[in-house]
Design a protein around this ligand. Structure first.
Ligand SMILES: [Fe+2]
Length: 133
């Protein structure tokens, strides 16, 4: 499975979209490394970058919600928190047990949840921010 920043993921907010572009590239890099059984060091580096960048991006997105008084901020932050916890668990499993087909499935599941979140929830933030301007 390869990941690309496609039209259906565009929210219309330039900050969110540019960070999502980096995030999806990070997901693709991690997945390529894991599914192609690249070296341990390379796998760990890409999965760590994915987990770290996810946190950085979520922080920025939450700041944007705070500034614009986004009404659904509590639920959105809660989703971010749960996602980070699950992604870090996957990253930890991959780091300790190595890449396996089970891990490929687990990571695929995490990334597809993130893409769905972008398509639905993040588009709502972008719309809200645009309406505030
Ligand atoms: Fe989000």
């Amino acid at each position: 499975m390869r990941y690309q920043f496609t039209e259906d993921l565009v929210t219309g907010n330039s900050l969110i979209d540019s960070e999502h572009r980096t995030l999806i590239k990070a997901a693709d890099d991690a997945m390529v490394n894991i599914s192609q059984g690249k070296g341990k060091e390379s796998i760990e580096k890409t999965i760590k970058f994915l987990a770290d960048y996810t946190k950085t991006h979520f922080k920025h997105e939450e700041e944007l919600q705070e500034k614009s008084k986004y009404p659904d901020i509590v639920a959105h932050k809660e989703w971010h928190r749960n996602f980070v916890r699950e992604l870090e668990e996957t990253a930890k499993n991959i780091t300790s047990d190595g890449a396996s087909s089970v891990m490929v499935i687990e990571l695929t599941r995490r990334i597809s949840a993130l893409l769905n979140h972008i398509r639905t929830q993040d588009k709502k933030i972008a719309l809200h921010v645009a309406q505030q301007a």
